[in-house]
Design a protein around this ligand. Structure first.
Ligand code: HAM
Length: 449
């Protein structure tokens, strides 16, 4: 008898093809498109490592409470969460944003601070899908916990800023704001609520409900009819506590010093309630205004405490992978991954000059990192001895010592930590990154060459 290759399937119902497509608002990434993704993530990983960040992986779902901490009045929590009850009766949600899980992991494992981590992960929000706005999107992001110092705000912004630049994007605007702290915010929120209710009495129920729930959320609303009232509203930056204002001024000064251009955006409140202090967003002018945010973040002072941890301030950002790739396409760019070395910068300026040395160290690590060299430093007022100890612990190949004498000659002292003895060499600051790169893979110690 002839073989039968097809088992007869009697009376099978027609296949509903819509069931076998990726759900609305999600997409598959196939080769060769996925090559761009790989290069993108590799490049971010490389840069995050240069800035001293390690990869963190957290579950794709968490207990619902973890995400409720990002803000009961936010759209993400109120309307967009993919939440469900699992078979054990637990309330679970798919990750809508990356900061809460990282802080949850920090509180659970209490790693030593500063804790600098980066991630790449899918995120889920039940939004109305359109180009650049999906129900599953990917983010690369970075968070630092345990350093409440505006210098770190600047480093975090510099990491994201440099990444867009390394990708080759040119049409990116950085906007920054400060959300103030627990001393300045409540009084401002009360003032804003009163102002918005008084001046927008005619704007209807939705407006009034939104103002009552959280007047800050109304500030960055795009509803046309509300703009007149919103534009004349009191601004948070005019009501900051001394501490918040000083900190925000340092951020601006350091960005200026590093040549990172930004605009002040007093109405930038961003979509989560956890922000305190510096907030920022990177906007692509190559994209439609509704989806032009290609990354954003800020400082969150209370999240760890709200999750039962010891009070620990954090700062970080998330970058939307799809949106950046769309922006790259719109600008017609692609870019390779950069090389790196391994350096620890020691500030040896003493006495009154110590803070000048610290700013100098900030500039030097910035220059090195921007040249693809993995560079680290310490923060706060640490003795030279303590800095060398930190350098040892970091496993860096070289220390680069910034002393006052050398600085007057526009030079630094480089020491090879793998070399026996105490060989030091003075190197001109101009060519330092290139000098380090050339020696990066050398087996032999420097020995005065
Ligand atoms: P976010 O601004 O909500 O911040 O998201 C970060 C980035 O993810 C956005 O700038 C955008 O590029 C992208 N994105 C957001 N939603 C979508 C979507 N539906 N479709 C496509 N792309 C999207 C956060 O998630 C914070 N966790 C950032 C942060 C980290 N703040 C402090 N640390």
């Amino acid at each position: 008898m002839a073989p039968r290759y097809h088992a007869a399937v009697p009376e099978q119902a027609p296949v509903d093809q819509s069931r076998f497509r990726a759900p609305v608002g999600t997409h598959d990434v196939l080769p060769p498109e996925s090559d761009r993704w790989m290069a993108f993530v590799a490049m971010f990983a490389e840069r995050a490592a240069s800035y001293g960040f390690g990869l963190v992986l957290t579950p794709i779902f968490e207990h619902l409470e973890v995400f409720q901490r990002v803000g009961e009045s936010t759209d993400v929590v109120r309307k967009e969460m993919y939440d469900f009850e699992d078979k054990g009766g637990r309330r679970i949600a798919l990750r809508p944003e990356g900061t809460a899980p990282v802080v949850r992991a920090f509180v659970q494992h209490h790693p030593p601070v500063p804790w600098k981590v980066w991630y790449v992960a899918p995120h889920f929000r039940y939004e109305r899908p359109q180009k650049g706005r999906y129900r599953q999107h990917w983010q690369v992001g970075a968070e630092v916990l345990g350093v409440d110092d505006p210098e770190i705000d600047v480093e975090v912004i510099a990491l994201a800023h440099g990444f867009y630049r390394a990708l080759g994007l040119e049409h990116v605007n950085l906007v920054i704001n400060s959300m103030g702290d627990e001393h300045s915010r409540p009084a401002y929120v009360a003032l804003l609520r009163e102002y918005l209710l008084d001046h927008g009495a005619q704007l209807g129920d939705t407006y009034r409900e939104r103002v009552e729930a959280n007047p800050l959320r109304v500030l960055d609303s795009k509803v046309d009819d509300w703009q007149d009232v919103i534009e004349r509203a009191p601004q948070l930056t005019a009501h900051l506590s001394d501490e918040s204002r000083e900190s925000f001024e340092i951020v601006q000064r350091r960005l200026d010093e590093l040549g990172i251009r930004y605009e002040l955006a007093p109405r930038l409140v961003r979509g989560f309630d956890y922000y305190t202090g510096t907030t920022f967003e990177f906007q692509s002018t190559a994209l439609d205004a509704a989806q032009n945010a290609i990354g954003g973040g800020g400082r969150y002072g209370k999240l760890a405490e709200e999750m039962g941890g010891t009070p620990t301030s954090g700062i970080g950002f998330g970058i939307g992978v799809e949106r950046v790739l769309i922006a790259c396409e719109a600008e017609g760019v692609s870019s390779p991954v950069s090389a790196r070395a391994d350096v620890f910068v020691v500030n040896a300026f003493r006495g009154d000059a110590a803070s000048e040395g610290s700013a100098e160290a900030g500039r030097l690590v910035y220059e090195l990192r921007e040249n693809g060299v993995r560079a680290e430093r310490t923060y706060g007022d640490r003795s030279v001895k303590a800095q060398f100890k930190a350098a040892d612990k970091s496993g860096a190949r070289w220390t680069v010592v910034l002393g006052q004498d050398e600085a007057s000659r526009n030079a630094v002292t480089v020491q090879d930590l793998r070399a026996e003895g105490n060989d030091r060499l003075e190197v001109g600051r101009e060519g330092l990154a290139e000098w380090l790169e050339m020696r990066r893979d050398e087996e032999r110690p420097i020995k005065g060459t």
